[in-house]
Design a protein around this ligand. Structure first.
Ligand SMILES: [Zn+2]
Ligand SMILES: [Zn+2]
Length: 148
């Protein structure tokens, strides 16, 4: 399923004049196949076996390049561990409070909230973020199993 996505992403890289290094290719491929919104560190750990000379800094660097051309979105949570998302279409996130997993959640974009906010506050709204928090199915199962 993601082969087409990967090809499209690579086309975007080419059009932007960004060099496609094997590492950059691997980071992109990993992100496209990962539904969990990994941190740079997680991407590094997943790929270090294939690229022994790669550092976390290299991963960050590649992510920054991918972000600048709009292929990757960075989700910041006020701490040092940004999470990376290669789904750049509009969507919302639901976050597990137990394991920190972030799952995509599709819901019609709340445009009316933005226009109401503009009317009420006089701001020119650029975007909004909506996050739901809870406990994922796996963590619920773990909790249920340990109770018995
Ligand atoms: Zn969980
Ligand atoms: Zn997402």
């Amino acid at each position: 399923m993601s082969d087409k996505k990967l090809q499209r992403a690579i086309d975007t890289l080419k059009e932007s004049g960004v060099r496609i290094t094997p590492q950059r290719h691997a980071v992109l491929d990993y992100l496209l196949n990962s539904m969990v919104h990994p941190t740079a560190d997680e991407i590094y750990k997943a790929l270090e076996g294939r690229f022994p000379n790669m550092s976390v800094a290299t991963v960050y660097n590649n992510l920054r390049v991918l972000r600048e051309i709009g292929l990757v979105r960075e989700l910041t949570y006020g701490d040092s561990s940004s999470r990376f998302d290669c789904n750049t279409t509009d969507h919302y996130h639901i976050i597990c409070e137990e394991c920190d997993k972030i799952v995509d959640f599709h819901y019609p974009t709340l445009d009316e909230v933005e226009s109401l906010a503009e009317q009420v506050t006089g701001f020119k709204v650029s975007h909004h973020r909506l996050e739901l928090y809870g406990v994922c199915e796996e963590c619920q199962k773990v909790a249920a199993a340990t109770k018995q």
